[in-house]
Design a binder for this molecule. Structure first.
Ligand SMILES: [Mg+2]
Length: 269
């Protein structure tokens, strides 16, 4: 699970100062952002209640996810959230917001780890978006990421993952990172940022190359590296020690604790 957090940390300093350099240096100022905080919030919601839901249980479950988003926001209010999410998180009442941005997708990695069948992964991802990303594209992005993690952790091949995600979510995954890098620019909509994040993993050879692919697209670097890193960890099951060391010191301790508690319960099960 920490692979998503580490991607966020490594990409953090490149979200505003974009780079197209695959060999970019890891910056000393790197830090965790909203992607890590919200991924931890999803971990917590699942740790509190890991039960399966049915089609009619989405709304009730959605409330539990949303409660954690608000709570984690209030604990880490300066982690770099989008303005729409900030407004939503600050409100006392619980309102549905129809965002099509990648905020739902960036926190969906734990869902792919926690549930035992793909239909449950789909339902949980939908519930996780119900209050913040109640938009066709917002939900599709979260479901695609969670399903990619689910397939990767079950040892499915990259070709199967590509085919499954492309067919189920109607995403074009037929290009390479090299082909799109020159023209790619910052856009935090799901439609524009989730498919390339998945390709960053498909085009990778190990965890680090997935994250380097994501950051070197020169887009929403931390969010895309969080997604690509989350899928890559599920697939390669190995993160280099230097990356762990670099990132661990830059993630707040209780976020790491939540991720570790989640790992103990769900990893390799
Ligand atoms: Mg971002």
């Amino acid at each position: 699970m920490l692979g998503a957090f580490y991607g966020d940390v490594i990409g953090s300093e490149y979200e505003n100062a974009c780079t197209k350099d695959y060999e970019f240096p890891f910056k000393r100022e790197s830090h965790f952002t909203d992607a890590s905080v919200m991924t931890a919030a999803v971990c917590r919601a699942i740790l509190n209640n890991g039960k399966n839901i049915g089609k009619f249980g989405v709304r009730k479950r959605a409330f539990e996810y949303a409660a954690q988003y608000k709570q984690y926001y209030s604990r880490y209010p300066h982690a770099g959230y989008g303005s729409m999410f900030t407004r939503w998180a600050k409100e006392k009442s619980l309102r549905r917001q129809h965002s099509y941005a990648n905020g739902g997708a960036m926190r969906a990695v734990p869902i792919g780890y926690a549930y035992d069948d793909i239909e449950q992964v789909m339902l949980q991802a939908k519930a996780s978006c119900y209050y913040t990303h109640a938009h066709r594209e917002g939900i599709r992005g979260a479901q695609a990421v969670a399903c990619a993690v689910f397939l990767a952790r079950h040892g499915e091949s990259k070709e199967l993952i590509r085919k499954f995600i492309a067919e189920k979510f109607r995403y074009d995954l037929s290009y390479t990172i090299e082909q799109i890098r020159p023209e790619y620019s910052f856009d935090s909509s799901c439609e524009y940022s989730v498919p390339p994040s998945i390709i960053c993993f498909l085009d990778s050879t190990d965890y680090e190359s997935a994250v380097r692919n994501a950051v070197s697209l020169g887009g929403d670097a931390d969010t895309m590296a969080c997604i690509a890193g989350g899928i890559a960890e599920a697939y390669y099951k190995n993160i280099p020690e230097e990356i762990r060391r670099f990132c661990d010191s830059r993630i707040e301790i209780s976020l790491k604790e939540t991720a570790r508690e989640f790992n103990l319960k769900y990893k390799n099960t």
